[in-house]
Design a protein around this ligand. Structure first.
Ligand SMILES: [Zn+2]
Length: 215
């Protein structure tokens, strides 16, 4: 899943209003920021092949460290603990823990049976990606709910708070259209680097969230 993960981060503001949107968005996208690092290190593996359905072009051969459920619970606990250590904000820590784990649950819904529980387990996944338009409908609906929740809970203090937020939403939608209809990256290395670049959305979220206030 792609923008569905950002939807979780945006909606999280409802439950942890004192936490920066940057930290809230980092939680549901964390696994997809670890994954390209492990790909580049050669610890995890993906292959790419042509498919008329762009969602099925990636074959996730092995990714138990970034996407195995047992490891995911560990990443969630690690991030939530570090966040709690710095802030002592319980609600934010809980929401961050749930946000990290939500990534696995949402991937479980869309991925084919390629998600591990641990390094040796059988692989699971409900495979909604086999139904391209259903997958797009689910993800866009989630994204709309996330945006609606965030803008209802916060209010722009100035123009940056409004326009940098709108640009963020527009950018994600365009990126999602590109991923859903455009050509795939030519190599695994480029795929990993492009995925890593999505981490720039975290400071972007921090920036406009600073220019908004909780209602
Ligand atoms: Zn993922």
């Amino acid at each position: 899943m792609f923008i569905g993960h950002y939807a979780v981060g945006l909606a999280s503001k409802e439950f942890a209003p004192r936490t920066s949107l940057a930290a809230l968005i980092a939680a549901p996208i964390l696994l997809d920021l670890l994954w390209p690092i492990f790909l580049l290190l050669g610890w995890e593996h993906v292959s790419m092949g042509p498919n008329s359905n762009p969602f099925l072009r990636l074959q996730f051969d092995s990714y138990p460290i970034s996407h195995g459920l047992v490891a995911v619970l560990g990443w969630a606990t690690l991030y939530a603990s570090v966040y709690f250590g710095f802030t002592r904000y319980i609600a934010g820590s809980i929401v961050i823990w749930i946000g990290v784990v939500s990534h696995w649950v949402m991937d479980f819904i869309v991925h084919r049976s390629d998600l591990p529980l641990d390094a040796r387990s059988r692989l699971v996944g409900l495979g909604v990606w086999n139904h391209r338009w259903l997958a797009i409908a689910i993800e866009v609906t989630l994204f709309a709910i996330g945006i609606w929740t965030y803008q209802k809970r916060t209010r722009a203090k100035d123009k940056i708070g409004l326009y940098a937020f709108l640009a963020f939403v527009l950018f994600l939608l365009l990126a999602y259209i590109g991923a859903s209809f455009g050509p795939p990256p030519p190599t695994v290395k480029k795929l990993a680097i492009i995925t890593l670049l999505t981490s720039l959305l975290i400071p972007w979220a921090w920036w406009f969230d600073k220019h908004r206030e909780v209602r």
